[in-house]
Design a protein around this ligand. Sequence first.
Ligand code: ATR
Length: 273
Amino acid sequence: MDRYLVFGHPVRHSKSPFIHTLFARQTQQELEYGLAEPAVDEFAQALRTFFDQGGKGCNVTVPFKEQAFTLVDCLSPRAKRAGAVNTIKLTDDGVLLGDNTDGAGLVADLKSHGVTLADSRILLLGAGGAARGALASLLAELPSELVIANRTHTKAQQLAAEFHDLGPVIAQTYEQLAGPFDLVINSTSASLQGELPPLAPALIHTDIAIYDMMYGASDTAFISWAKQHGARQTMDGLGMLVEQAAEAFTVWRGIRPGTKQVLRELKRNLGAI
Ligand code: ATR
């Protein structure tokens, strides 16, 4: 049977096996999908061994995405732009292709929630790996402006300069931000510590869409905060997780699974798997 897995550390609580097993059942694909948690300095060896032993493809998550970028034989254009790889496929020619489906997953999830990106003014919070992975896909939707704000302003400036050729992207400090924005995407890891990015509440209004790339069994700190300040449309990153997985599954198997039912089941089981 064709073998796939996700590399990460820690990875025990990954939802990817659950998601891909449901995709495989739904599309009647014969495959198995597991977990691998190599020590941080043993990822390269573990990856080689997996493919030497007949593995067909894998996902890569924190903290290995940047390292995976350097270990594959060739890169998709979107992985090259992201500077990180979250999906690897062994091609029929024996080539390890590195791809990145995170940005496509985010955009697919936003669209499935009815968020319009074309001509919209987007605020992206954070300038780490998650922001970098999202930028090309967001700019491809032709927003009127995309503003990056980050605690460490120089990182936002670097990112804006790097993606400037793809569209109207600028960096501003949190203090410089002036509304209205149509969509705020939180790519910071602040919610992990129960913290909030230092965003002025006045930037939140009833018609704004709020997206937190983090997710949990209950609202993230950022989503709770945005709701308190009047945001009516809030979304967390669980949908992005399912959509990036669907994109990876399509890369591997050439068939696109449906995501709605899987997302419903995942929500029902959140915390239990
Ligand atoms: P990831 O790969 O998830 O993006 P990362 O590369 O470590 O992780 O980036 C984390 C991002 O969250 C950074 O933009 C970080 O800001 P700094 O560049 O100033 O470190 C941001 N971040 C983390 N905690 C934050 C907090 N409490 N408030 C605001 N931003 C925060």
